[in-house]
Design a protein around this ligand. Structure first.
Ligand code: TMP
Ligand code: ASP
Length: 231
C-alpha cells in the first residue's frame, strides 16, 4: 500500500478517512539524524510497548489516538492533526536539561517539569516557551492548558507503571493531535521516547544506550518489553 508519510522511526499508511496504520521500523537515529543505525527488533518492541501504554492510559481516562494492534510491528490509530510540539516531562535531570543547566544526571527535580520543543528538523527542535507557542498560534490557550494537565497526569501514571516493574522513569516526550476539536495523545511512547533506568543498577534501559554507544541496545529494548508485558 502507498505510504502517506515516512519518518525516522515509523511509516504511516492511509486506511479509511478516519484511520491510519503505523508501521514501526528498526532504524534508529539520534542528534537530529546525524547518527544512524539499526536496532534489530526495535520496531516490534516499540509497537508493543506503545500499544500497552496507550491501553493502560486509556483505562485511566487519558484519550489517545490508539485503536488496536494490527501485527507485531503495526498499530491502527485515529487520524489526528499533530500539534507541532514535543512535550517533555522530566522527573530527574538528564540529557539536554542536565547539559543546559550544568546539573548532574539523575538529580531529582523539586517537581515534575514540563518543557516544550518546536517540532522542526531544520531548526533542530528548539525549546519553545508557552508564550511563544501562543504568540505563534501553534496551540490555543485552552489546548495548551489541556496538553500540560494531560502530560502531568500521564507522567504520574507512567511513573507508577514502571516503578512496579523495577524501572525509574527519568523523563519522556509526548506528542498530541487534534481531532474534531478534541486533543488526543498521539505518536508513540517507547524506549525511543523515554529514559528508563534500572532501579537496582541505575543502568539506562532506553535509546540512550544507542545515543551514547553503551552497548547492549537490543537486549535493553527486549528487557523493557519483557517487563512491560510482565513475562
Ligand atoms: P533530551 O534530554 O535529549 O531533551 O530528551 C528528553 C526526552 O525526550 C528523553 O526521554 C528522550 C526524548 N526525546 C525524543 O523522544 N525525541 C527526541 O528527538 C529527543 C531529542 C528526545
Ligand atoms: N529522534 C531524534 C533524531 O534522530 C533524536 C533522539 O531521539 O535523540 O533526530
Amino acid at each position: 500500500m502507498e505510504k502517506l508519510y515516512e519518518g525516522k522511526a515509523k511509516v504511516l499508511f492511509p486506511e479509511g478517512p478516519d484511520t491510519l496504520r503505523v508501521y514501526f521500523k528498526d532504524e534508529a537515529t539520534a542528534f537530529n539524524a546525524q547518527k544512524r543505525g539499526l536496532i534489530p527488533g526495535k520496531g516490534v518492541v516499540n509497537n508493543k510497548v506503545s500499544a500497552t501504554l496507550f491501553r493502560y492510559l486509556e483505562a485511566h481516562g487519558v484519550k489517545t489516538h490508539f485503536l488496536e494492534e494490527v501485527s507485531d510491528r503495526e498499530m491502527r490509530v485515529l487520524r489526528v492533526e499533530i500539534l507541532p510540539l514535543e512535550v517533555i516531562l522530566r522527573f530527574r535531570a538528564a540529557g539536554s536539561f542536565a547539559k543546559r543547566y550544568g546539573v548532574k544526571e539523575g538529580t531529582l527535580l523539586r517537581a515534575p517539569l514540563v518543557e516544550y520543543s518546536l517540532k522542526s528538523d531544520p531548526l533542530g527542535d528548539p525549546l519553545i516557551c508557552p508564550e511563544a507557542i501562543l504568540a505563534l498560534g501553534l496551540a490555543a490557550e485552552e489546548e495548551l492548558s489541556q496538553v500540560r494537565t494531560t502530560t502531568l497526569k500521564v507522567g504520574e501514571l507512567l511513573r507508577d507503571f514502571f516503578a512496579q516493574r523495577g524501572l525509574d522513569l527519568i523523563d519522556f516526550k509526548l506528542e498530541f493531535g487534534k481531532r474534531q476539536g478534541e486533543i488526543l495523545l498521539a505518536d508513540e511512547i517507547s524506549p525511543d521516547t523515554m529514559r528508563l533506568w534500572d532501579q537496582k543498577t541505575g543502568e539506562p534501559m532506553d535509546k540512550d544506550r544507542f545515543r551514547k554507544d553503551l552497548g547492549g541496545v537490543e537486549e535493553a529494548y527486549q528487557e523493557v518489553l519483557r517487563r512491560v508485558l510482565r513475562e
